[in-house]
Design a binder for this molecule. Sequence first.
Ligand code: NI
Length: 184
Amino acid sequence: MILPIYIYGQPVLRKVAQDVELNKAELEPLIADMFATLEVSEGVGLAAPQIGKAIRVVVVDLSMLGEEMPEYKDFRHAYINGRILESSVETDTMSEGCLSLPGITEDVTRPQRVRIEYYDENLEPHDEWVDGFLARVLQHEHDHLEGHVFTDRISPFRRTMLKGKLGAFLKGKARCHYKVKTVR
Ligand code: NI
């Protein structure tokens, strides 16, 4: 089932998401819906608050990058009850966008590598360091679980420049090709 994406201004995007019970029967359909929603919206990552649920579930699909970055061929994974435990001192600056803020891209500086603990879609626990593009996506998605969006991490000057666009979201205007739920 394709779900609408909650747009900037929706209170759920500002909540700290809670852990979920590790129940495969409940998580499997949710994760399948999140992957389907991510695919039609042509994103690389989706966090449960973006579909209106303040729970710690994230899906990442990097398979479309497989041609340029073979390490991501067929990369489709879920991250359940994930938490970033440590970050590298070294940072990278990359352009980011977000399905909940359609039409906005901004440079964001983040740690190059992070250590993350989570359960995968088979409910196996993991504790690992990730780097590269995956580290970037996981940090963006896990920000959503803490009630943050990527525009919180840009300079006050850049944020002022975005005032009009962010204000439009609050008035219920979001231009994109996928189904959304604005605050009004
Ligand atoms: Ni996002």
